[in-house]
Unconditional design. Structure first.
Length: 384
């Protein structure tokens, strides 16, 4: 297990104030939904968006593990799950692939504004035809001189309604399978790009999500991330970061919930005794503790492996399934342990449950992660 030192602890202490500020008014924010400009201004001011980017572009230059450590603190102390999700999307969607695969010119053009949050970013992979089956997407890009022409629609795009820059994944050669996918940096004000409104959803309501459409949208060839046909490699890199960063936030949220349940179970008395003295309640709390510790270990170990250049395909898939499903179970347990109070909006626990459920769907569903693990075990898929 990774060891944290004083520098890490000082980092968390530096952001502690912002964790609270960003979570302020989270129940009301959930009722109102959407991402108010005022809130995003606070995100920008916090400096959290700068964490993993090189200082050359205005970043903090932190490595992956340190970035995750700060984000775990965010998940623990900021109760606005939607805001945390949009913040993680801003970090991983465009900045991370740009830093790794972007040309010097693209980095200079976009990274400083991604770091300071003046340019909101999104990534558009899912479309009406291709969800879990990414390569089945209908979105295409065709070469035309020194440009590419993008055509298609994208759905469920986090930050889509407010993004100024979108990384769009499109099929450039269907015959080449995974080598026929390309990632494009697309400015929102490019002719032919239309962003739909925020679509209402079960949870993460403060994270805007919507549809994007691209019609005869001409993108300069220089806006390709990496090279044409490298889209799958770019996406793999981004998904590793997305899973590690957004699910360590969930591990933080689980820790917060655990502490609340321990406190409540010690204080709330029924039949003359604290409910925590009943084994059935204590057992649920113990399972919450096991879930949070297991989740964070898998996430940090996978991150350490990734940093050391190991193949962590299986580890990241395990960490994703484990954390997302543990988060739903922990949120459900918290509602149960709080009884009627847990069902009320005012405790924030029903919101936690609604927020948690999305985690088993985005970044690759639980089923797709299990399929990935089965493949790594050498199990062949049945065609029935
Ligand atoms: C909150 C939220 C935020 C999101 N943000 C983004 C974003 O920013 N950018 C983006 O591009 N997308 C985003 N998505 C979309 C998300 O990535 C997709 O919803 C997800 O990949 C599943 O695709 P789908 O919805 O088309 O479901 P489908 O692929 O249609 O799957 C439906 C069900 O069938 C199962 N299934 C499919 N194929 C198989 C199989 N071979 N074996 C077993 N089961 C299978 C799935 O696991 C799932 O349970 C977001 C989704 C949510 C909920």
């Amino acid at each position: 297990m990774y060891e944290w030192n004083d520098t890490h602890r000082e980092l968390r202490a530096e952001f502690a104030h912002w964790y609270e500020v960003l979570g302020d008014g989270h129940l009301e924010a959930d009722r109102e939904a959407g991402l108010p400009t005022r809130k995003w201004e606070q995100v920008r001011e916090s400096g959290l968006l700068r964490l993993p980017f090189h200082t050359e572009w205005g970043g903090r230059g932190l490595d992956l593990l340190s970035t995750m450590y700060v984000l775990e603190g965010l998940g623990e102390h900021c109760r606005d799950g939607g805001l945390c999700f949009s913040l993680c999307t801003q970090i991983v969607s465009a900045g991370i692939p740009l830093q790794r695969y972007g040309s010097a010119e693209l980095k200079a053009r976009y990274l400083p504004r991604i770091c300071d949050g003046s340019l909101i970013t999104a990534h558009a992979i899912t479309d009406p035809d291709g969800g879990s089956d990414v390569l089945g997407m209908g979105m295409t890009a065709k070469p035309d001189g020194d440009h590419w022409v993008l055509d298609g629609d994208k759905v469920f795009i986090t930050n889509g309604p407010v993004a100024g820059l979108i990384v769009v994944y499109a099929v450039t050669d269907r015959d080449l399978g995974p080598f026929g996918l390309t990632a494009f940096l697309v400015d929102r004000d490019t002719e032919g790009v239309v962003a739909g409104p925020d679509v209402p959803k079960m949870g993460l309501r403060t994270s805007p999500l919507g549809e994007l459409s691209f019609r005869d949208c001409r993108i300069p060839a220089g806006n390709v991330l990496g090279r044409p046909g490298m889209g799958f490699a770019v996406l793999d890199h981004v998904m590793q970061w997305e899973i590690l960063c957004s699910f360590i936030v969930q591990a933080g949220a689980m820790r917060h919930r655990l502490d609340r349940c321990v406190e409540h179970a010690g204080r709330r008395r029924q039949f003359g005794r604290p409910i925590g003295s009943y084994q059935m309640v204590a057992g649920q709390i113990v399972d919450m503790k096991i879930a949070v510790e297991t989740s964070r270990r898998w996430l940090y170990d996978a991150a350490e492996g990734l940093t050391k250049g190991r193949d962590v395909t299986t580890d990241i898939a395990i960490a994703k399934v484990l954390t997302s499903e543990a988060n739903v179970k922990s949120a459900l347990s918290a509602v149960q342990i709080f009884g009627g109070r847990g069902y009320l909006a005012e405790t924030g626990l029903e919101k936690d449950l609604r927020d948690a459920i999305g985690g088993t769907v985005y970044s690759g569903t639980s089923e797709m992660q299990r399929i990935r693990i089965a493949r790594m075990l050498g199990l062949k898929e049945s065609q029935t």
